[in-house]
Design a protein around this ligand. Structure first.
Ligand code: ATP
Length: 320
């Protein structure tokens, strides 16, 4: 195990930000701490980094009890959402910083910085100032700087949170590839379930200061431990007496064996996806059913707002 968190509790006045958290983070994996805003993710990350102290509990990193150890001695790399670069230093000097203060030989520093800049695809920007980089490039520089000290764990607090959707997506693919290359144990905080599902080997769902579930993306998606995890990992709806994901529902414009039927009362197109609301005629189920299908499926079925449709679970739909 790379990080072992045992019985960690943190209060801010009367408010309990973390309550008796136990968590083991395996070596070499990319782990996401996922949960709603205010759930305690950043607080937990800061306690592991040594930027905050727990009121109770222990943090062991690579077998060393770091609970009372200052941040500089923990050998962790840390990247925040808004990375505070040294504005007057070039990209290369920013990356070199951690090695310079550790008084490593000049030739070693140069070789390491060159290697890291190549790894994060910033070699041609080595002599620029941080202000001459885009937001995404700056975050890549921050990662290179955090990796320079060869940390045993890399902690990322919403590293791409401040960037636009397209750049976020690029950087998250890039982080996955980077991790496949360097294999440093990495923990990143996100409130975006898609980001966690797409990138992480393992996801820790945190809510109201407690760990709700730990598992692979598939485990969490297919067998959520409770209603909170189920609804946090993706939309759900009620089809008759069953809770189901909106894309796991078959829609038929012709009368067929179904759980409920009724008119399409709302139609929303979001890119390639069409989201329908179908209001069941059966008075036992007054709430509209949310259904999601691709635009191509909706067109091939000839669906229109107001049309009567029949709904049934798809073959292989998840059971919750
Ligand atoms: N220094 C502090 N003083 C008082 N309360 C704090 C402090 N730091 C965090 N909190 C509170 O602790 C709770 C957990 O905060 P934390 O930042 O860990 O949540 P989070 O899950 O990372 O959320 P977000 O995604 O919004 O950052 C929040 O309710 C927050 O207001």
């Amino acid at each position: 195990m790379s990080i072992e968190i045992t019985g960690v509790t943190k209060r801010f006045g009367d408010f309990v930000a973390l309550e008796d958290v136990d968590l083991k983070i395996p070596t070499g994996q990319l782990t996401a701490l996922l949960g709603p805003s205010g759930g305690g993710k950043s607080t937990l990350l800061r306690i592991v980094a040594g930027l905050d102290t727990a009121d109770a509990g222990t943090v062991v990193i690579e077998g060393r009890d770091t609970t009372h150890m200052p941040a500089q001695q923990r050998n962790v790399g840390f990247v925040f959402q808004h990375y505070a670069a040294f504005k007057h230093l070039t990209v290369a000097r920013n990356v070199a910083f951690g090695l310079e203060i550790r008084k490593r030989p000049k030739a070693e520093i140069k070789a390491k910085v060159d290697e890291l800049l190549e790894l994060v695809h910033l070699s041609q920007f080595a002599d620029r100032l941080p202000s001459q980089l885009s937001g995404g490039q700056r975050q890549r520089m921050a990662l290179a700087r955090a990796l320079a000290i060869e940390p045993s764990v890399l902690l990322l607090d919403e590293p791409f949170g401040a960037l636009d959707a397209k750049v976020r997506k690029e950087l998250r693919d890039w982080l996955r590839r980077l991790h496949d290359e360097v294999h440093v144990t990495t923990v990143f905080v996100t409130h975006d379930q898609e980001e966690a599902l797409e990138v992480a080997d393992s996801i820790v769902v945190i809510n109201e200061g407690r760990v709700e579930q730990v598992g692979s993306p598939d485990d969490l998606y297919d067998t959520p431990a409770n209603d909170f995890v189920l609804s946090f990992l993706g939309p759900v709806t009620r089809l008759g007496d069953r809770t189901i994901r909106p894309h796991d529902i078959d829609v038929s414009p012709l009368e067929t064996a179904s759980v409920v039927d009724g008119p399409i009362t709302r139609w929303t197109r979001v890119g390639f996806e069409v989201r329908l609301e179908v209001t069941p005629t059966d008075p036992r189920y007054p709430d509209p059913v949310q259904v999601s299908l691709t635009r191509a499926q909706a067109l091939s079925l000839g669906l229109k707002q107001g049309q009567h449709v029949w709904l049934a679970p798809s073959a292989g739909a998840g059971r919750y």
